[in-house]
Design a protein around this ligand. Structure first.
Ligand SMILES: NC(=O)c1ccc[n+]([C@@H]2O[C@H](COP(=O)([O-])OP(=O)(O)OC[C@H]3O[C@@H](n4cnc5c(N)ncnc54)[C@H](O)[C@@H]3O)[C@@H](O)[C@H]2O)c1
Length: 249
């Protein structure tokens, strides 16, 4: 389905971290449902290859850098959907983490979302839109060995609510929601496993924390993102959408 057909036909979307994992699946789903998509990522090789494959546009963007957001949005006429999906996961407890590692995690996972929510306003406020922030089950339930990531994703959860209130009270017609996946097997998990001694044991411990008995699949996350991007979710704002196999229970 393209162009005139589909659940988000004719809408213009901007997806950060769109070159890999969940972002890549979201981009494919959006295109299949009729949207025009800007793929924004720090990984230019993967982003350009995906854009060429799908006939969409790629912009190299480091979400932690305000000037790059401004330059990227300067090249977009108007947007209907922003998915603040780019993120990293830093492994480590409060005792193990350096302040530098903690701040680096925040510079991408929190500053990146703050900057997207802020600078997208002029792109949407005349006609409305949907902003979707990728938090995590880790923004709801804490783990001892993910202090920086827990704190960053909890910050995204609450920032989303403040942003949603502001957009609504200003009458912009822009909605803002957060999505909280459980563990989904994408390259980010391989990167976390590479940070520890026994990656396989860590993987099995993740499975064990999901009452449903398995990790999730990217398409199970892009399904909810598509709903939030579409007008079907017109009354949803400031909400936390948990899709985590029961792991936050
Ligand atoms: N995979 C999971 O289990 C899981 C669970 C909950 C939440 N999440 C969140 O979902 C999002 C996507 O994760 P994923 O699993 O697809 O990971 P991934 O590593 O496959 O993809 C992340 C993408 O973000 C990009 N990126 C990283 N730093 C960037 C920066 N500074 N600027 C722009 N782009 C940058 C990477 O190049 C990559 O394309 C992240 O925010 C992550 O925290 C993932």
């Amino acid at each position: 389905m393209t162009g005139q057909q589909g659940r988000i036909a004719g809408k213009r979307a901007f997806v950060t971290g769109g070159a890999s994992g969940l972002g890549l699946d979201i981009v494919r789903r959006f295109v299949a449902e009729g949207a025009e998509v800007v793929i924004a990522d720090i990984d230019a090789a993967a982003g350009e290859a995906l854009a060429a494959d799908l006939g969409q546009r790629f912009i190299r963007l480091d979400v932690s850098r305000e000037e790059e957001w401004i330059a990227a949005f300067d090249t977009c006429d108007r947007l209907d959907i922003l998915v603040n999906n780019a993120g990293i996961t830093t492994h480590g407890s409060i005792e193990a983490l350096t302040l530098e590692a903690f701040r680096y995690e925040f510079s991408i996972d929190v500053d990146g979302v703050f900057l997207g929510c802020k600078h997208v306003i002029p792109m949407m406020k005349d006609h409305g839109g949907s902003v979707i922030n990728m938090s995590s089950m880790c923004g709801v339930r804490a783990q001892a060995d993910l202090a920086a990531y827990n704190a960053a994703k909890a910050a995204v959860t609450h920032l989303t609510k403040s942003v949603a209130l502001h957009y609504a009270r200003q009458g912009y017609g822009i909605r803002c929601n957060s999505v909280h996946p459980g563990a989904i097997h994408t390259p980010i998990l391989d990167k976390v496993m590479a940070q520890v001694e026994d990656g396989q044991a860590l993987y099995e411990s993740w499975v064990a924390t999901h009452p449903i008995g398995r990790l999730g699949k990217p398409e199970e996350i892009s399904a909810i993102i598509l709903y939030l991007a579409s007008d079907e979710s017109a009354f949803a704002t400031g909400a936390e959408f948990r899709i985590d196999g029961g792991s936050s229970l």
